[in-house]
Design a protein around this ligand. Sequence first.
Ligand SMILES: C[S@@+](CC[C@H](N)C(=O)[O-])C[C@H]1O[C@@H](n2cnc3c(N)ncnc32)[C@H](O)[C@@H]1O
Length: 375
Amino acid sequence: MHQFRSLHLATLEKVFSRLFIRLKSTGRRPSAPLGSRILTNCDDIFKHNMWDHVQWTEADKDNAHLKAAENSKVHIPLAEQGKFDTEACKYWDTFYALHERKFFKDRKWLLLEFPELLPSDSKSQESGFDGEMDTRLQQHHSHTHFDCTSNHQRLCQDAELETNEAAMRVSYPGQHASFRIMEVGCGVGNSVFPMINNIKENAAFLYCCDFSPHAIQLLKSHPDYDHSVCCAFVHDICEQEGPLPFPPQSLDVILAVFVLSSIHPDRLQGVVNRLSSYLKFGGIFLFRDYGRYDMSQLRFKKGRCLSDNFYVRGDGTCVYFFTKDEVHSLFSNAGLEEVQNLEDRRIQVNRAKKVSMHRVWMQSKYRKSHPVSPC
Ligand SMILES: C[S@@+](CC[C@H](N)C(=O)[O-])C[C@H]1O[C@@H](n2cnc3c(N)ncnc32)[C@H](O)[C@@H]1O
């Protein structure tokens, strides 16, 4: 029953001690650690707002299958679907014009669930700008001696390395940082601001993009936005050619929090492939998003379904609900290796209304491994 998260004890200690120092300075009471609140007696359900590691009963599963089958019986006609994809940016921009900073809450759990966002000292030294380039050049030279590397592969490697080297010579924001993070689909910064102090403390740099100009404008006008450690810009991650302000293989972490679900499932593989090309070897892709049969999927009314498990909300924004296997295929097809891939099943409680809801979120971490010698 207790599928505890695979966090290293040492990392947990580090995160908790930082959190504790911050809570001490703000005088707030630390909340229960994530993942630790287990419902053992059903009578206690309304004692807390959230219960972790929830096992579904057969009846829960049947009910979920039934509701999803019911609300996806009728699909929106194909001729009407196109605009939700081609004009996705417009729908999200209108969303931020309306709700501004008021809709999403700050992702306070971010550093607990994703301690990889904190650079370790040794990691920063290893991945320093010059050292990294040296290592890559060494890899390049050793690669050229592999007898079983085809000429074509070798030419591709040469071309790629030359492009990277040329890009490295051009100056770009964050180029001297020892640790670089990119958040995609950052919205108004609900993940950016919970980590900005860490970025400052660790000589790291944060890039963040969203295709909504309104969202980026709101993020940049936030009093905590600091352009010496952060570069926010408007960018559509579905665009395969759109320029990014850093060279390939320069990121330590890519963070995607409730963004990939907004994208048409047919486009997702291309998006993940392209983003992954910006990770360094050893870099990690951190992902959190909606899981299959989350309460928000089951609540859709008939007539909102675009294709299996993909829906459009009343405001024109779209949402997909992932399974573990789909997440695994997405990242492993992009050449990344699983570090964590879990379904986070919880019960969320509205104590005032005495209502409980099953929540399902995906949480995954996939690493770009160092290349192994082909011989
Ligand atoms: C559910 S919101 C999540 C925002 C933020 N990550 C958070 O956790 O609060 C989804 C975000 O993804 C952005 N988004 C959706 N598709 C995108 C795309 N193709 N390129 C860039 N941003 C996109 C939307 O504008 C929106 O800000």
